[in-house]
Ligand binder design. Structure first.
Ligand SMILES: [Zn+2]
Length: 571
């Protein structure tokens, strides 16, 4: 491909709305352009990288025996109502209305559609297991689209769904998919880690996210030297050893705390630490009002609470609901006197004696509240957001928290969807039972961004050979010099003839400008045809990743390049 015909609109300046390197570089190197918030056009160069990732994904999916298909993007709302997700999915689900006033969904994921297909077409255990996959555009109406294509509202995804007669068969496929994902991300040149994750609105118990570790990632990962790792939503840490032993329990007292609602305000007023307060947070969980108790200096992890309560839909109570449930206004809730309500507490509150808690009355708190004596808890469970240096749940050593980009996730769904949607097959014993399901996603556009996030320097992208839009660039420093131009043309033809994907920078521009663009676009190899080396009948071969430069005669250059690639010197 000739640069003059390739449409690669490079930019000198970073886009104003870009916060992370991959976003800046994708725009500057002419891979994408923003259409509107969270929606991007993929330009020719960017599309080539996407297609490289897709090819790797297809090869590895086909190798597992999964069957490629293409499901509709537009879904009737009835299917989503059958699965119960019409209500659960919330505002992220885009819901267009057709000309007949019928509500629809733009697919953010396809469990309903594929389950509908399988319940109509698959009858017997003899047809199982079967796995379908597709590569397609998905829609999720993110509250705050950011980081370019990393968190966008429209994106390309590979999603796969497996159907089984039992859990054993599901676990086998899950393992196969885990292996396929590992190969896919390795082949894309990524450093990544599979971590335990929360299943969110998809459902299911066993799930892993494949996380590309990157300082600018949008997800957080809890990890420990012992090998424990999990997403922040899932990440458990152990409570510190109880320290309140031997502390005298003082009598419960009600104190006037006028207008003081936040933990900090109350702690300051009562001359105590935020950790001696207990936050009482009320949630509406599928018809039941539940109170969650956590130490005043910690944040509640809603994903953990949702798992403990075993509900899909859970919302924080508004002021009115709090008043109805506790008799007191928002900001003054406490566990004393809430016997009728289910109280779930983080075990860390066991470490503290003589707590400060809300008194369920405007402008009043209780001081010296104590567990068991003044209130009882129905259930203890890890409920807080893990923090750096919390003790590891496996080994007790301090954990660390790092950032990553989630590029894939695999789930053991079980029969959640098949039961709700009545998707049954005839088992070996002649009895009808629901399909056991798994689902497996990869963010294709996000993977390209993750590759750039992990492979760049201050000058631009450093493409891994496997996903580079072109493998190499031939760069004549001056196209007006007859010898240079014809040599570059000859090399371009020869390398292309050898089966390489080559970009020829045939633009009539200053050498400095072309070198800057070459670094920015970041193809793995560059062949520079310049005056100095040409005087000796040579060209320069430059490896983008290592900065290594070598000279070769114009006749030897193509052979040298072939050897470099075959010997793995360019990766
Ligand atoms: Zn550990």
């Amino acid at each position: 491909m000739r640069w003059t015909q390739a449409f690669i609109p490079t930019l000198k300046e970073d886009p104003a709305d870009a916060e992370i390197s991959s976003h800046k570089l994708m725009v500057r190197a002419g891979l994408v352009r923003k259409l509107t918030s969270g929606v991007y056009t993929h330009l020719p160069l960017g599309l080539r990288a996407i297609q490289k990732v897709e090819r790797i994904v297809r090869e590895e999916m086909d190798r597992t025996g999964a069957l490629e298909t293409l499901l509709p993007i537009l879904h009737p709302c009835e299917l989503w109502k059958e699965s119960g997700r019409w209500d659960v999915y919330g505002k992220e689900l885009m819901r267009p209305v057709d000309r007949h006033g019928r509500e629809c969904a733009l697919g953010p994921t396809h469990e309903e559609v594929i389950t509908d297909l399988v319940r109509r077409e698959v009858r017997s255990y003899r047809e199982l297991p079967v796995t379908f996959y597709q590569i397609q555009t998905k829609f999720r109406d993110e509250v705050r689209p950011r980081f370019g294509v990393v968190r966008s509202r429209e994106f390309i995804m590979k999603d796969a769904y497996s159907f089984h007669e039992d859990e054993k068969s599901l676990r086998e496929t899950y393992k196969v998919m885990h292996g396929a994902y590992t190969r896919i991300f390795e082949r894309c040149g990524l450093k990544f880690a599979p971590v335990h994750a929360d299943s969110g609105a998809i459902g299911g118990d066993v799930t892993h996210e494949f996380m590309v570790l990157a300082g600018a990632g949008e997800s957080e990962v809890v990890s420990c030297g012992c090998g424990y790792s999990a997403t922040l939503e899932r990440g458990e840490t152990a409570p510190e050893k109880p320290s309140g032993k031997g502390v005298e329990l003082k009598p419960l007292e009600k104190v006037h705390t006028p207008g003081l609602k936040t933990v900090e305000e109350v702690a300051k007023f009562l001359k105590t630490e935020p950790s001696s307060l207990i936050k009482t947070l009320l949630y509406e969980a599928e018809g039941e009002t539940v109170a969650a108790l956590i130490p005043g200096d910690r944040e509640l992890n809603e994903a953990k609470l949702r798992r403990v309560l075993k509900v899909d839909l859970m919302t924080m109570c508004e002021a009115e609901a709090i008043e109805k449930a506790t008799g007191g206004p928002l900001g003054f809730s406490g566990p004393v006197g809430l016997e009728k309500m289910r109280l779930v507490a983080d075990p860390r509150i066991k470490n503290v004696k003589n707590f400060v808690v809300g008194a369920n009355e405007a402008d009043y708190h209780h001081v010296n509240a104590n567990l068991e004596r003044d209130f009882k808890v129905n259930q203890f469970a890890d409920l807080v957001v893990a923090e750096e240096r919390d003790p590891c749940v496996k080994c007790g050593k301090p954990v660390s928290i790092s950032r990553g980009i989630e590029v894939g996730q695999i789930f053991e769904l079980g029969s959640k969807y098949s039961e709700k949607m009545g998707a049954m097959f005839l088992g070996q014993d002649g009895k009808e039972r629901p399909f056991v399901m798994g689902c497996y996603g990869i963010g294709i556009t996000r993977t390209v961004a993750a590759v750039i996030e992990q492979n760049h320097d201050s000058n631009g992208i450093i493409w891994p050979l496997s996903v580079a839009p072109y493998q190499m660039e031939v760069l004549p420093v001056n196209v007006n010099d007859e010898t240079i131009r014809t040599t570059a043309e000859r090399l371009y033809e020869e390398l292309t003839g050898m089966g390489f994907e080559v970009l020829l920078d045939d633009r009539d521009q200053r050498p400095g400008f072309k070198f800057k663009d070459a670094d920015l676009v970041g193809l793995p190899l560059r062949v520079v045809v310049g005056e100095k080396a040409m005087a000796e009948g040579k060209v320069e071969i430059h490896v983008r990743r290592t900065g290594e430069t070598m000279r070769a005669s114009t006749d030897e250059a193509p052979g040298r390049i072939k050897t470099l690639i075959e010997e793995g010197k360019v990766s």
